[in-house]
Ligand binder design. Structure first.
Ligand code: GLU
Length: 447
């Protein structure tokens, strides 16, 4: 599939106006390409510069963050917050702390969030933020000082009806707690609904840590169900070892699959006996150590430095690490090994060439916009609880999460069918998300 001339001209303009932001260009191209069947059929989707507007962030904050380490040395980082679309609700999306974060990274993530958040049907706009702060090896006190300095600037842009950040890579309940503490101090309000992913005592949803990984597996289960199979007895290759990967592995095990891999930025673990969650928890969450420590502890496991998990024979693959982690060569290896379906727990983990390989081989590919929407959906549940001063149980939240993932799966499948691209989840997700946000934008007039 390629772009029609109007979409190609728009894409060229996006590249020209956002120079050197390759990830953002990639995300925009992918959506413009995926929604071609819809804009071809319904020219009104081009009215009132809808496409141009959806590619232009409503606002962007870029700021300096100064903080001191435990030795008293001063450091300077960059903070970002991109509010991409508020057509459906307040800007909503996580914060990423990682050394490689640039404005282009944040913009691509915020752009993805538009369609993902629309798919949840929960009244969420889209944003994303973060910093090039590297939390690796930093003490609790250093992380706290960084978070406080970051929030001192960011707080003026936030609010439960304005912009509601959450976590992402490098930002979990600890960081959200520190950020919320500083927000509360600066605003003199216990406005819990301004941040999601909070520790439960501070109003966090008990299932928010699990939600993205669990949701990805619920979505994958629905994909397999639509093809007349299920997860029971399947071998799964999972990448990553953070929050998303950990809970995806847990849910895969619970549903009878055998997840045999996980990875970090330096290599991957292959454990044919199935990843041991207790050991993984102890290595990653308690000791904050590298995965080499997993292989030292578990006799059946092997650690392969510098390798991704995609050469390992598997029935399903779940890239849950980061963008562009699964390339063409990996997609070819998975295809050769007979992979049945791929579910993206991370945002944009498959390169465009890898997506093409899966498409041409007819392998079901559940894009992050749909498959990992369970995280932000559960954030919306957290906002609901905070607004109503309620606390839902884990079981109730998990039930609603599953219901939401099943509904998103159905929406993707029926939308793909309606547009004569049956089984194409990439097109189904982008078209369903875009149609929803386009309708909201039309209703709001030219703003
Ligand atoms: N960072 C997550 C995502 O990629 C969650 C965002 C949120 O909960 O607001 O969707």
């Amino acid at each position: 599939m390629t772009l029609d001339s109007a979409s190609a001209a728009l894409f060229d303009a996006v590249v020209r106006r956002n120079p050197a932001e390759a990830e953002f260009h990639q995300a925009v191209f992918e959506v413009l390409e995926a929604i071609q069947p819809a804009v071809r059929r319904d020219p009104s989707l081009r009215d009132a510069a809808l496409l141009e507007r959806v590619c232009e962030p409503e606002r962007q904050a870029l700021f300096r963050v100064v903080w001191t380490d435990d030795a008293g040395r001063a450091h300077v980082n960059r903070g970002f917050r991109v509010g991409f679309s508020s057509a459906l609700g307040p800007y909503k999306g996580g914060l990423r702390f990682h050394r490689d974060v640039t404005l282009g990274t944040v913009k691509f993530l915020a752009f993805e969030q538009i369609f993902k958040n629309a798919l949840t049907g929960l009244g969420l706009g889209a944003g994303k933020g973060g910093s090039d702060f590297d939390p690796a090896g930093r003490s609790d006190a250093e992380v706290m000082r960084f978070c406080q300095s970051f929030m001192t600037e960011l707080h003026r842009h936030l609010g439960p009806y304005t912009d509601v950040p959450a976590g992402d890579i490098g930002v979990g309940a600890r960081e959200i707690g520190y950020l919320f503490g500083q927000y509360k101090r600066l605003t003199n309000r216990f406005d819990a609904g301004t941040l999601t992913g909070k520790p439960t005592l501070l109003g966090g949803s008990p299932a928010r840590p699990e939600a993205t990984g669990y949701g990805t597996v619920y979505f994958l289960d629905a994909v397999l169900g639509a093809a007349g199979t299920g997860l029971d007895g399947l071998t799964a290759a999972v990448s990553g070892s953070g929050n998303v990967a950990f809970h995806a592995i847990a849910k895969l095990r619970e549903l009878g699959a055998r997840p045999v891999t996980c990875s970090d930025s330096t290599g991957s673990v292959h454990d044919p006996a199935g990843i041991d969650l207790d050991v993984l928890h102890e290595v990653k969450n308690v000791r904050r150590a590298r995965l080499t420590a997993y292989a030292e502890r578990v006799p059946s496991a092997q650690y392969v430095a510098g390798e991704t998990p995609w050469e390992v024979p598997c029935d399903v693959a779940l890239p849950c690490a980061t963008q562009n982690e699964l390339d063409e060569q990996a997609a070819l290896a998975l295809t050769k090994n007979g992979v049945l379906a791929v579910a993206e727990g991370a945002n944009m983990p498959c390169t465009p060439a890898a997506v093409r390989v899966f498409r041409e081989a007819g392998i079901a590919l559940a894009p992050g916009k749909a498959a990992n929407a369970g995280g932000v959906a559960t954030s919306a549940f957290e906002m609901q609880q905070n607004a109503a001063r309620e606390r839902w149980s884990f079981a109730e939240t998990d039930r609603r999460l599953k219901e939401t993932m099943t509904a998103i799966h159905t929406a993707c499948l029926t939308t793909a069918d309606d547009h004569d691209v049956p089984g194409d989840y990439v097109a189904g997700a982008a078209i369903a998300g875009f149609r929803t946000v386009a309708e909201a934008m039309s209703g709001l007039g030219l703003v």
